[in-house]
Design a protein around this ligand. Structure first.
Ligand code: PA5
Length: 429
């Protein structure tokens, strides 16, 4: 796998100095490996992929096949770390307008009544099954959505048959969803207690939905295992994940408080949403942290491109590219050439996109003084995606330690929940 992280478009004076980070990176790596740093109780993701058994993969694939053979629509019911990872992978691999026989629908990630009602009305016309995912088992958005879905399935199929159309992914023992799933006799998969939501895509949280979407989970797991090796060194010169973390840390200290995760592919928009959650929820603490935003170019060059080029110098870009497109299309020749496009007739669209990318990088990095980190991977496959996700998780963990915070908790998220529960009149709030 080609995995090419470059800092060519970060000007010399803003580039990280490996010598300044060498010792500290070794120290923090040891804390991650030994489990002695902040949040050490949530390090299960680090070697989870290489510990997955064939029996576990078979069990996931078996139930996924049952869903694919017996239903035409699959509802993924979860929020945050319990849905973003699988959605990121499914949309990246299958595309946004997938022609796969299984239609994928998302619910439980919003409290919006308009969205929820529209999904429910749509599901009335479909033969659907559900995977409900919640580590805590008590998340309001997910619980409300699942209560509605469960009732719909039971009314349609009867209680016994409805069971076969439901899978729950939750904690082994704790939480309301575990109690409910045990009581109802659903097929369940466990979310290991030592893996937090945003690091959980490699567990059943990600693997089961990804398998139902018809994607080869063995390849995805292989990518994670490859990631464990590629990004396993404590030597900054040999570990791109740590180089990335240190470059970000350097820019942060120079006053760049926002990172734009950029892609030129709309199918990767959800991958960026996943990265946003991973980095922002992990590192935005104690009045510190780099804010990750995301952008799909060239689309956004026609909206926020102006700000990037000439606005406040608060941001830098990290551009993720998969070099070889899975699909391509040629620009047709037109006799009349009224649109003036014949100068590129016969060229592939990917060629035009590449030129737009090069032109943008130069414009932003040199004319705009916006540092630009580039990550190029040869091709988008379940395997390269798995390696990329592991790379991000490792960079995120190191980035958190470099900031002196715990990258594995999210105390701030509870504040709005307490207010909401109080306003809703929940007991104890
Ligand atoms: O990363 C996290 O921990 C969060 O985003 C959670 O995944 C999210 O809040 C959903 O929580 P739960 O899985 O408990 O329903």
């Amino acid at each position: 796998m080609e995995f090419d992280l470059k800092f060519d478009y970060v000007k010399e004076d803003k580039r990280f100095n490996p010598d300044q980070y060498r010792e500290i990176v070794k120290k923090y790596d040891k804390m991650l490996v030994d489990g002695t740093g902040l949040g050490h109780e949530f390090l299960g993701w680090m070697h989870y992929a290489s510990s997955i058994s064939q029996d576990f993969i078979d069990a996931i694939n078996k139930k996924a096949k049952y869903f694919r053979d017996n239903f035409d629509t699959f509802v993924i019911c979860g929020i945050g770390g319990s849905y973003l990872g699988s959605r990121a992978v499914i949309e990246a691999i299958n595309g946004i307008y997938s022609q796969d026989k299984m239609k994928i629908i998302y619910l439980g990630q919003t409290l919006d009544s308009n969205y929820t009602t529209q999904v429910i009305d749509y599901l009335k016309t479909r033969n659907f099954c559900v995977c409900v995912i919640s580590k805590s088992g008590t998340t309001t958005e997910t619980s409300i959505a699942f209560r509605i879905l469960k009732e719909m399935l039971e009314n349609k199929l009867g209680k016994e048959k409805a069971k076969d159309a439901i899978v729950a992914v939750t904690d082994k023992e704790k939480g309301a969803l575990r109690t409910l799933a045990n009581r109802e006799g659903y097929t369940t998969f466990e979310l290991p207690g030592n893996i937090g939501g945003r690091y959980s895509v490699i567990s059943a949280v990600g693997l089961f939905p990804i398998a139902v979407a018809g994607i080869n989970i063995q390849e995805f797991i292989n990518g994670f295992i490859e990631g464990e090796k590629m990004f396993g060194s404590d030597d900054i010169d040999k570990n791109p994940a740590y180089q990335y973390a240190c470059q970000k840390n350097t820019l942060y200290k120079l006053g760049y408080k926002v990172e734009f995760a950029v892609t030129y592919e709309p199918r990767l928009a959800m991958l960026n949403e996943w990265a946003k959650q991973l980095f922002d929820e992990s590192n935005g603490k104690e009045d510190k942290g780099l804010l990750i935003m995301s952008s799909v170019f060239t689309t956004d060059l026609h909206s926020i491109g102006q700000f990037i080029q000439e606005g406040s110098k608060i941001l830098f870009e990290t551009v993720l590219t998969f070099k070889n497109p899975n699909k391509d299309i040629e620009i047709p020749f037109d006799k009349e050439d009224l649109d003036g496009l014949n100068y590129i007739a016969g060229k592939k669209l990917s060629f035009v996109c590449e030129k737009a990318h090069q032109g943008t990088t130069i414009a932003h990095a040199f004319n705009g003084n916006v540092p630009n980190i580039s990550l190029q991977i040869d091709k988008l496959t379940p395997e390269t995606l798995g390696a990329y996700m592991y790379f991000s998780m490792k960079a995120c963990a190191m980035g958190g330690y470099l900031l002196g915070i715990n990258p594995f908790n999210q105390p701030g998220v509870e504040v709005y929940k307490r207010n909401m529960f109080h306003l809703l009149g929940k007991k104890g709030y």
